[in-house]
Design a protein around this ligand. Structure first.
Ligand code: ATR
Length: 278
């Protein structure tokens, strides 16, 4: 049996858990593949992908800061990539590059299956309007929540994101709007932090009245970077969840795209949580 080659490309990339996750998926599904982390120089993304394909690479995950470049570089792209303008998964086949984005599917799977909260009919607050928020909005809308409010420090970016997704929102009969932080009064069933505000050590960029006892407060980051938001949410009675499950689920979606086999994500998430426990 030949061993197929995959990798994750980023800058930085040493922290990536993807090689560990994909090794577990390969072991659990009996797939013969090798998956490594590749540090790509800033400005060197396109040659790195082409070089990897020339070496026989079958696919790669793409992380910060190359997701937009990955979408632009591809010969073909999924509808999800067209919507998000960013790709996290490349399929390399026959000299062609196909781009997909599994981040939003991973988030939806972790909210619905991991946390056990169905999105249909719910009121959702999406905080942030950068690449991370853009990558998940269409898959969230596809689950037909009642309402999604996008709120961002720079309101214009939130408005642009909402306008761009109105067509998909109407398909799922979801009310989609952008609101300034000062206009956030109602409480929400699900609050998703897609900002990088915790990286600068600041408080969450939303007022606590958006939370109520029992709502799900989800940070798309994990580890120390998510802790400030999770502590704040738990202190206000919300169910706080970090993005580790999203990480495993987006990897599972990528693995399924490449291999045609969906790996079991729940046991791998449990193992990873145990591995990372302080
Ligand atoms: P990413 O790809 O991680 O989303 P990005 O495109 O730089 O990165 O977007 C970062 C997001 O975090 C944006 O929504 C940004 O708000 P602005 O659009 O106003 O820049 C948000 N963000 C970053 N630092 C923040 C802070 N200290 N407070 C509030 N929002 C912050």
């Amino acid at each position: 049996m030949t061993t197929d080659l995959y990798c994750v490309m980023g800058h930085p990339v040493a922290h990536s858990r993807s090689p560990w996750i994909h090794a577990r998926f390969a072991a659990l599904t009996g797939q013969a593949l090798a998956y490594e982390a590749r540090l790509v120089p800033l400005g060197g993304f396109a040659p790195a992908v082409r070089g990897f394909a020339a070496q026989g690479g079958r696919g790669c995950n793409v992380t910060v800061p190359f997701k937009q470049q990955a979408a632009a570089l591809a010969d073909s792209r999924s509808e999800r990539v067209a919507q998000a303008g960013a790709a996290n998964t490349l399929v390399l086949q026959g000299g062609r590059i196909h781009a997909d984005n599994t981040d939003g599917l991973g988030l939806v799977a972790d909210i619905e299956q991991g946390a056990g909260v169905l999105l249909a009919g719910r009121d959702v607050l999406l905080v942030g309007a950068g690449g991370a928020a853009a990558g998940v909005l269409a898959p969230l809308l596809a689950r037909a929540p009642r309402r999604i409010v996008v709120c961002n420090r720079t309101p214009l970016r939130a408005q642009e994101l909402a306008v761009r997704h109105q067509g998909i929102a109407s398909l799922s009969k979801t009310e989609l709007l952008a609101l300034d932080q000062q206009a956030l009064e109602a409480d929400f069933d699900i609050i998703i932090n897609a900002t990088s505000s915790s990286l600068s050590g600041g408080p969450p960029p939303i007022p606590p009245q958006v939370l109520r006892a029992g709502s799900l407060a989800y940070d798309m980051m994990y580890g120390p970077q998510a802790q400030g938001f999770l502590d704040w949410a738990a202190a206000h009675g919300a169910l706080a969840r970090d993005g580790l499950g999203m990480l495993v689920e987006q990897a599972a979606e990528s693995f399924a795209l490449w291999r045609g086999v969906r790996p079991p994500s729940a046991p791998v998430l449990a193992e990873l949580r145990a591995l990372l426990a302080p």
